[in-house]
Design a protein around this ligand. Structure first.
Ligand code: HEM
Ligand SMILES: [Cu+2]
Length: 555
């Protein structure tokens, strides 16, 4: 479509909904495919969470069998991480990276589609393990040996085997994605967009995807060795055959600690994009926020042992990993202060996306404090494997990351669907989520300090009070999804038509019609002349900005 004229290129595209069910190589279609599929799995993972919290509302083990319970929390964790959070972020990357940097598509569009279609394949493999003899894997989402290399039913097809295969495939898909995102960001930016004129979301995506490239081979390789131990009787991790079970823990956490930054860095990017828009102020400390992402990367790669303090590691290692973990508070703090500096004395507009950002930031700061507590070896030894840990990471993941993702969805919804989301439903969704998440996950901290272990389906009655609160919070979170789904479906079908730039934001994607044309700017790629976030400065972002805005107005 390179023969379009300037104004044709600025007509919104009318596509058929059928392309969302096809092997399509347009990054915007793939992005939406990822996001919708991820939310399908979110509902399944959420249903399992409801069963977990339903079981835990009373001290007795009365809702599901203990062995079923083990399978349920394992599948909850695995689905939420590998089938919800990573796919949904890849979806945002697909939508935002090419449009934000002025590229027509990803660098390798077919590879991109293949990476996406692997998700329903390994998702089906994983979910089908509910129906194989012996049920799904039950050794937790980390699958530590020796539990994970027991093959009690002795067959090749079993829940644990399916789990490993799915996780390995997820690794393959994410490696494909990472190669694509890194190449796209480094090679396909619009003229004039030097690295320090790039939106922060692209910086954080770049940092996150570099982590994927370093960490995923360890996870994928480690998982394949686990599969061999499980199915072919090798002894990589089998102590009786001379293997070392702790070796697996190193492989696993060498990836899975950085994975938390793969999740949270893009959310930092979202905060950095949205706070300036809804405060009408430039991002405070742009350069420091950008560079802090890579300092977090570096530190994130040398802290993984904090997950295995109690598994028997040398004392010097404990000290080293305790201090390296604590150091991450510095670049993270730089970002938090930059956001506070951005909203400080700004003209705040409390729209749905802004509320999700503020709530997410609040929860993130709380999670940061409990994170420093966990990094301290004596505290960690005390609360490790208790509900304190479950509380901490759900504050990070639900409280901050999922909230940030909702913020992003509301903010960019008009751009990619061409329709406005409903504010009232959005605010209701926010209120239920914020209250539900805090009610659900705050009580897990006193529970952990009191000594309630995780991964149990029954507990001492002294823990009952906080568990009831947590379960009520969980059910509230379950309900919170209803206004969200209602909003997404009804506004997409018959919401008000969205203008090109409904929030008055500055950024290349807002110079495109809503929804953008298949090849984005086509032949009319703008030349970037200033830094992003020039709110209040009056400086144009690109050459001939007025012409772009005029063309948009005429269509
Ligand atoms: C309504 C929302 C949620 C509730 C009520 C909930 C509840 C729980 C509970 C009670 C456990 C502990 C299971 C146990 O140790 O016995 C758990 C584990 C876990 N959750 Fe969630 N969760 C929710 C959402 C999420 C989300 C959004 C994610 C990630 C995106 C997530 C990731 C995990 C992980 C990784 C585990 C560890 C699984 C394991 O122990 O094997 N959860 N969740
Ligand atoms: Cu960690």
């Amino acid at each position: 479509m390179t023969s379009a004229t300037f104004s044709e290129n600025f007509q919104p595209e009318q596509g058929s909904w059928k392309r969302y069910f096809s092997f399509n190589t347009d990054a915007k279609v793939i992005g939406i495919q990822y996001i919708v599929l991820a939310f399908f799995y979110f509902l399944i993972g959420g249903l399992l969470a409801m069963i977990i919290r339903g079981e835990l509302i009373t001290p007795a083990s009365d809702l599901v069998d203990r062995s079923v319970y083990n399978g349920i929390y394992t599948m909850h964790g695995t689905i939420m991480l590998f089938l919800f959070i990573f796919p949904v972020l890849n979806g945002l990357n697909n939508l935002l990276i090419p449009t934000m940097i002025g590229a027509p598509d990803m660098a390798f569009p077919r590879l991109n589609a293949v990476a996406f279609w692997l998700v329903p394949i390994f998702g089906t493999l994983l979910i089908s393990s509910f129906f194989v003899p012996g049920g799904p894997a039950y050794s937790g989402w980390w699958s530590f040996p020796p539990v994970s290399i027991q093959n009690p039913i002795g067959t090749f097809v079993n829940g644990q085997g399916l789990w490993i295969t799915a996780v390995a495939l997820s690794g393959v898909s994410s490696i494909m994605g990472a190669i694509n995102f890194v190449t796209t960001i480094l090679r396909m930016r619009a003229p004039g967009m030097g690295l320090f004129k790039m939106p922060i979301f692209c910086w954080t995506a770049l940092a996150a995807q570099c982590l994927q490239l370093v960490g995923l081979p360890a996870l994928t390789g480690g998982a394949l060795m686990l599969l061999m131990d499980l199915s072919f009787g090798t002894s990589f991790y089998r102590a009786e055959g001379g293997g070392d079970p702790v070796l697996y823990q190193h492989f696993f956490w060498f990836y899975s600690h950085p994975a938390v930054y793969v999740i949270i860095l893009p959310v930092f990017g979202i905060f950095s994009e949205l706070f300036p828009v809804y405060s009408r102020k430039p991002l405070f400390g742009y350069v420091y926020v950008a560079l802090a992402s890579f300092i977090i990367d570096f530190l994130g790669l040398i802290v993984w042992v904090h997950h295995i303090f109690p598994s028997g590691v040398a004392q010097w290692m404990r000290n080293f990993f305790m201090f390296s973990t604590m150091l991450i508070a510095v670049p993270t703090g730089v970002k938090v202060f930059a956001w506070l500096g951005t909203i400080w004395r700004g003209k705040l507009r409390l729209t749905t996306p802004m509320l999700f950002c503020l709530g997410g930031l609040f929860n993130f700061v709380f999670a940061g404090i409990t994170g420093i507590m966990l990094a301290t070896v004596p505290i960690d030894i005390h609360v490790s494997n208790t509900y304190f840990v479950v509380g901490h990471f759900h504050y990070v993941i639900y409280g901050a990351a999922v909230m940030g993702i909702f913020a992003a969805i509301y903010h960019w919804f008009p751009k990619f669907t061409g329709r406005m989301p409903y504010e009232g439903l959005g605010k209701l969704h926010f209120a239920l989520t914020f209250i539900g998440a805090n009610l659900n996950f705050l009580p897990m901290h006193p529970l952990g300090l009191m000594g309630m272990p995780r991964r149990v389906s029954s507990y001492d009655p002294e823990f009952a009070f906080w568990n009831v609160l947590a379960s009520l919070g969980a059910f509230l979170l379950g309900v919170s999804i209803i206004p969200f789904l209602l909003n997404m479906i009804s506004s997409w079908v018959r919401g008000e038509k969205a203008p090109a730039n409904p929030w008055n934001a500055i950024g290349l994607e807002w110079l495109l019609p809503s929804p953008p044309h298949e090849d984005n700017f086509g032949d009319f790629v703008p030349t970037v002349i200033s830094r992003p976030y020039g709110y209040g400065s009056g400086l144009p972002l690109v050459e001939n900005q007025a012409a772009y805005e005029q063309a948009l107005k005429e269509n």
